[in-house]
Design a protein around this ligand. Structure first.
Ligand code: SF4
Length: 481
């Protein structure tokens, strides 16, 4: 077996979090279920995780830097009360440093008691809102968008009749992307931005309600998916039941297409489209657009695997498993932090020599950001004896950055802006290199109930980019943990 160590975190798109919450109308073990729900969302963020349980209006929180299995244990979860509601969060940060104060759920005191907030997204007018609040004397503990949102809700609550009105007023000001779970002392609230950039859905377990970034987490705790939260919708669950409100309905909505290609778990259904089937379809279309003669087709774990099966089904080329991913490295005590070695180890892939030796191999991956991962993969396949290596990418070329919560490099740092496809092929050492077309990626999500964003591929965004980029003057002064 040949081994390749790849820093996929640095050479991949990273998403910005998963959110989860339960309103307990039964006698559920809320703490365990929220823990298991976060486990089901772990793929959306591995740098911090937290659970807040609300009992008699008071919040009780366990949160830390790290992955779910490293943070939570019987001892710390055992200290949480049974609870009426829970809010959970897993986080990936796009910042170069880890700001411990930004770990979520963020718990903030306001006029009625406490708010617990968990967010997935990027508010594009964050810099302006924060500057205005700071000029008014506001003090923030972190660089978190959730903290600013919490501050806005608490401010609006003063001249609103209800928390619902305060949240809707806040939604009316926020721009960009956010999918959130928030608890007030008596209500569990879910909100999704009017563009619908990030997924958010509703489920039920017995008589209790669940709000989650993805349906896979609802099903993983034995719950039933009910429906997606609509773009611009705020759902509220309290002791009178379930209520729905809208802040704004946009004509053009923009679910991130990369959720289907890479971010979401394949067993999730997002806005009516099954992620596994979307990835298989990407593989099928990829073959129809870019056929090649080969002996086997393989996927780069994990998100390349379904697309490779689709490519195999469309082409008749035998599907094979060429890479084994070490599943246990992610459970090392330091699942986070800045230790490069740990991060590299997290993504160790081993190539199975006898599968590829002497073969013409099609290898499917989900994207190319810097090209280093692809070059490594081609090299180890060739070192293991592959006669030819044909790289197929199940998304179009990244040529623009993302302003809506996906951690893509600046446009000028994207490899596809510095090399054309032929030059990139040579650079990674492949015998051929092809990408899915922009038209092709739209076909993978046919039947999606809302509009789709392809901004990083096409340069066309259906929402305004940030006018000012927030710069944290103290970023370099924050101690690394
Ligand atoms: S620009 Fe790209 S990564 Fe960002 S939301 Fe749109 S499709 Fe997703």
């Amino acid at each position: 077996m040949k081994s390749v160590v790849i820093d996929k975190r640095r050479d991949k798109v990273n998403d910005e979090c998963g959110v989860f919450g339960i309103y307990n109308n039964d006698d559920l073990d809320l703490v365990s279920l929220t823990h298991d729900g976060l486990y089901g969302l772990q793929h959306r963020g591995q740098e911090s995780a937290g659970i807040t349980v609300i009992e008699d209006g008071e919040p009780y929180t366990v949160k830390d830097l790290g992955i779910v299995s490293n943070i939570f244990n019987e001892k710390n979860l055992g200290k949480l009360p049974k609870g009426k509601m829970s809010v959970g969060h897993v986080r990936y940060t796009s910042h170069q440093y880890l700001d411990r104060a930004a770990t979520q759920p963020l718990v903030m005191r306001y006029i009625e008691g406490s708010l617990a907030l968990a967010n997935n997204g990027a508010v594009t007018n964050f810099a302006e809102i924060r500057a205005a609040l700071e000029k008014g004397g506001a003090i923030f503990q972190s660089n978190s968008h959730a903290e600013v949102i919490g501050y806005m809700i608490s401010t609006h609550r003063i001249d609103s009749d209800s928390i619902e009105e305060a949240v809707l007023k806040t939604m009316g000001i926020l721009k960009g992307s956010y999918s959130m779970v928030i608890s007030s002392p008596t209500k569990l609230i879910g909100l999704r931005d009017p563009h619908g950039f990030k997924p958010l859905c509703l489920g039920k377990i017995n008589n209790s309600y669940i709000i989650s970034s993805e349906s896979c987490a609802i099903e993983s705790i034995g719950g039933k998916f009910i429906r997606d939260v609509y773009p611009g919708e705020m759902v509220v669950i309290d002791n009178e039941g379930f209520h729905s409100y809208f802040s704004e309905k946009k004509k053009t909505t923009s679910l991130c297409l990369f959720e289907y290609i890479y971010v979401a778990r394949p067993d999730s259904i997002i806005d009516g489209v099954n992620v596994n089937l979307a990835r298989r379809k990407a593989g099928e279309i990829l073959f129809n657009e870019n056929p090649v003669e080969a002996d086997i087709v393989c996927g780069v774990p994990d998100s390349g695997l379904d697309a490779a099966q689709g490519y195999s089904a469309a082409s008749g080329i035998k599907y094979a498993t060429a890479f084994i991913k070490n599943k246990y490295i992610g459970r090392t005590p330091d699942g986070v932090g800045n230790d490069k070695t740990q991060r590299l180890l997290k993504n160790r892939l081993n190539v199975i020599k006898n599968i590829v030796d002497g073969k013409r191999v099609v290898i499917i991956d989900d994207s190319i950001i810097h090209g280093n991962t692809s070059a490594h993969i081609v090299k180890v396949l060739k070192d293991a004896g592959a006669k030819e290596v044909h790289v197929r990418i199940s998304s179009p070329e990244f040529v623009h950055s993302c302003y809506f919560g996906m951690d893509l490099p600046k446009s000028e740092d994207l490899i596809s802006n510095r090399y054309d496809v032929e030059a990139l092929r040579k650079r990674i050492g492949a015998d051929s290199l092809k990408f899915l077309s922009v038209e092709g990626i739209h076909k993978i999500a046919e039947g999606c109930k809302i509009g789709l964003c392809d901004g990083c591929f096409s340069g066309v965004y259906h929402a305004d980019k940030p006018k000012i980029i927030y710069e944290d003057k103290f970023a370099n002064k924050i101690k690394k943990y």
